[in-house]
Design a protein around this ligand. Structure first.
Ligand SMILES: Cc1cc2nc3c(=O)[nH]c(=O)nc-3n(C[C@H](O)[C@H](O)[C@H](O)COP(=O)(O)OP(=O)(O)OC[C@H]3O[C@@H](n4cnc5c(N)ncnc54)[C@H](O)[C@@H]3O)c2cc1C
Length: 647
């Protein structure tokens, strides 16, 4: 597998501008001869499809929702980072770059992260031009707030609906191109496989989710922006539809899968309240600007609260443990997510957790309301408070929120080089679907930044460069008549038939819950060798059971959500095994990957830089064959590797 990262020569700060100059261009008149497929219409895919079409390429864009506006990106609450330094508080491209590399526990590729920080300001300009209603100060300047892992305020936001507003901006740009006929939008179409011709990605096979029709689509390049795979855990803050299928099928066709075990557990989510629950709800990290995280100092007090015998407001100041402020005084409540989540887990493991299950801690706004007044807090977080109130029935203005860590984001993804090209030439990957910029832990408000950086400012250059290098004589030459399309289409249909013909007794959803439980227990917030070895075996057994006992009701020729779910769950099961293998291989703790065997005496993650400063990239070798591990060494020229400290 070719893992050349194609990082351009030259000083870090000049790499992207030099590279842009050196890349080949496609003459505007020739662009209309090329077809590009974009799978995904969230922030990354929507931005890429709109920008490529604006440049003149013919774009076909696919999503499984009934509208691009419903992509999971719409759920993003808190904000988007950019190194504008509007606050004059010491921010810069270099600081955003540095914070991101450090936040990722030194497991991200320097050059990609620097470019991300560099284009961050352009994103804000682009979105303002589109009319995105970012919050503003009294004088009209865009407002900022702070997010975890940073000591500056660089997060732009639109109350607690930043993703929605950004997505409406991208959707407007996309709609313009749909109206002009430059983007053909395929809503309710699920990509089920990639087609390669002479080793290059040249198309996809999709299923129309309403009619069941399976169809072939050819193009000169394929962009995948299909989001993250957090739902492998069953319970997560992700939208119900999020899945790994597109990425996993690409993996099975030869795309390397990088760092699959790097998942992010977000510290501030509403605790699980029952075993029939199918979704968890995030309480945005922005709340930690004003909310203080605490748990009772001693177990007795915690127990009284759990039993409903003590009102948390009645707990005396001395009996409260503001554990993030105590353990990480410099960053306090804005310690990064991996660290804050582990601290909450530790507190609950000690028996000091609240909520009926004991799996919860408080996020308290009492002091902020006293200081700034209820109105100010309402203005900042009103919709989040309402959401909390609707779900729990409790009023967070008068009683502290209860929160607990939950699965939220996946840093792993398809391996890409500096051009965001996967190990399948001609297949590019953007947004959460790639592994590129966040290392072993993503900082808050950096996913929206990355998705839009990829979609608006990176892919439009690098896809063009690839097409130009292929030569104009090749434009549009591969059609769906090529035998490779018939072959892959037949594989897709056989798999659908196989799912429908098992005719067992257990629902796909039940299998989803079971794989989720294994992954949460053994490959969740803490992992160890014994647990991971056991999980691999359990997952292999579960996979056999799935294929002998799953019951998929309905047929293939109409709307069939059970069939869709079954296909996704089958992929989650196989993918879960890959996650465990990756976690087992990585004999260190870094970011969200916490191997209990590798921790400091204070319980912090202990990296092993000598042996593990690399990206772990897995290559599919066959259904019952172990995947091959490849390593892309991470070379740090600018940042000095150090023990990550937020104390
Ligand atoms: C509750 C919540 C709040 C968040 N808040 C923030 C925040 O404040 N700031 C921040 O930076 N990040 C936040 N994030 C993370 C961020 O929202 C996501 O990482 C980001 O939106 C992902 O964008 P994307 O374009 O990569 O993928 P998505 O928005 O998930 O879009 C994926 C697209 O791919 C399509 N797709 C997938 N598979 C297929 C297939 N097989 N066939 C066809 N189409 C397919 C989908 O239809 C969809 O259009 C939050 C995440 C959650 C869960």
């Amino acid at each position: 597998m070719n893992l050349d990262s194609n990082i351009p020569e030259g000083p870090l700060a000049e790499k992207w501008s030099n590279h842009k100059f050196n890349m080949q261009l496609v003459n505007p008149a020739n662009r209309r001869k090329y077809n590009v497929i974009v799978v995904g219409s969230g922030l990354a895919g929507g931005a890429a499809a709109a920008s490529l079409a604006e440049q003149g390429y013919n774009v076909s864009c696919f999503c499984y929702q009934d509208s691009p506006r419903r992509a999971h990106s719409i759920a993003a609450q808190g904000g988007i980072n950019a190194a504008k330094n509007y606050q004059n508080d010491g921010d810069s491209v270099r600081r955003l770059f540095y914070d991101t590399v450090k936040g990722g526990d030194y497991r991200a590729r320097e050059a990609n992260v620097y470019r991300l920080a560099e284009v961050s300001s352009d994103i804000i300009d682009q979105c303002v031009a589109q009319g995105v209603p970012f919050a503003r100060e009294y004088g009209g300047m865009l407002a900022n707030r702070s997010f975890g892992g940073a000591q500056v305020s660089r997060t732009f936001y639109a109350r607690g609906q930043t993703g929605q507003q950004l997505l409406l901006g991208a959707y407007a740009a996309l709609s313009k191109q749909i109206g002009l006929g430059k983007v053909k939008m395929y809503n309710r179409h699920e990509m089920l496989d990639v087609v390669k011709v002479d080793g290059h990605a040249k198309g996809v096979i999709v299923r129309n989710m309403v009619t069941g029709e399976v169809s072939r689509h050819a193009a000169d390049a394929v962009v995948m922006a299909t989001g993250g795979y957090g739902n492998v855990f069953f319970l997560s803050t992700n939208a119900q539809g999020c899945n790994v299928t597109a990425a996993y099928r690409a993996y099975k066709r030869g795309a390397g899968f990088a760092n699959p075990c790097y998942t992010q557990i977000h510290p501030t989510c509403i605790p699980v309240h029952g075993d029939q629950q199918s979704k968890l709800t995030l309480m945005s990290e922005s709340l930690r600007n004003d909310g203080r995280v605490w748990a009772p100092m001693c177990k007795d007090v915690a127990q009284q609260i759990r039993e409903g015998k003590l009102d948390p407001n009645a707990v005396a100041e001395d009996d409260r443990d503001y554990f993030l402020e105590r353990k990480y005084p410099s960053f306090g409540n804005l310690a990064p997510r991996d660290i804050s989540s582990r601290a909450a887990k530790e507190t609950c493991d000690e028996g000091r957790g609240i909520a009926a299950s004991g799996l919860g801690v408080f996020l308290d706004f009492r002091d902020a309301i006293k200081r700034d007044g209820r109105k100010a807090i309402e203005e900042r977080y009103g919709n989040l408070f309402d959401m909390y109130n609707c779900i729990t029935g409790a009023d967070p203005y008068s009683t502290p929120m209860m929160i607990f860590p939950a699965v939220h984001y996946t840093m792993g993804g398809l391996w890409v080089d500096y051009n965001l090209q996967s190990s399948i030439p001609g297949m590019f990957v953007g947004g959460e679907a790639n592994f590129s910029d966040h290392g072993a832990n993503r900082l808050g408000a950096s996913a929206l930044m990355q998705g839009l950086a990829d979609g608006y400012f990176v892919l439009p250059y690098t896809v063009g460069n690839y097409l130009a290098a292929q030569g104009i004589s090749k434009a549009g030459t591969v059609t769906t008549e090529h035998p490779a399309f018939a072959e892959v289409e037949s594989d897709v249909k056989s798999r659908i038939d196989a799912l429908l013909s098992v005719n067992g007794t257990e629902s796909p959803r039940s299998f989803h819950k079971r794989i989720g439980q294994i992954i949460w227990d053994k490959c969740g917030m803490a992992r160890d060798k014994e647990g991971l070895l056991g999980a691999i075996k359990d997952i292999q057994d579960l996979r056999k059971e799935f294929w002998s006992n799953v019951r998929v009701v309905g047929d293939a020729h109409s709307l069939n959500p059970e069939l869709e779910r079954a296909g996704r769950v089958a992929d989650f099961i196989e993918f879960g095994e890959l996650m465990c293998r990756d976690a087992l291989m990585r004999e260190e703790s870094c970011g969200g990957h916490f191997r209990v065997e590798h921790q400091t005496s204070e319980g912090e993650a202990k990296r092993n830089d000598d042996q593990f400063t690399f990206v772990g990239v897995w290559e599919y070798q066959g259904d019952d064959v172990d995947p091959a591990l490849h390593k892309e060494p991470l070379i740090y020229e600018e940042v000095k590797l150090a023990t990550r400290s937020y104390k």
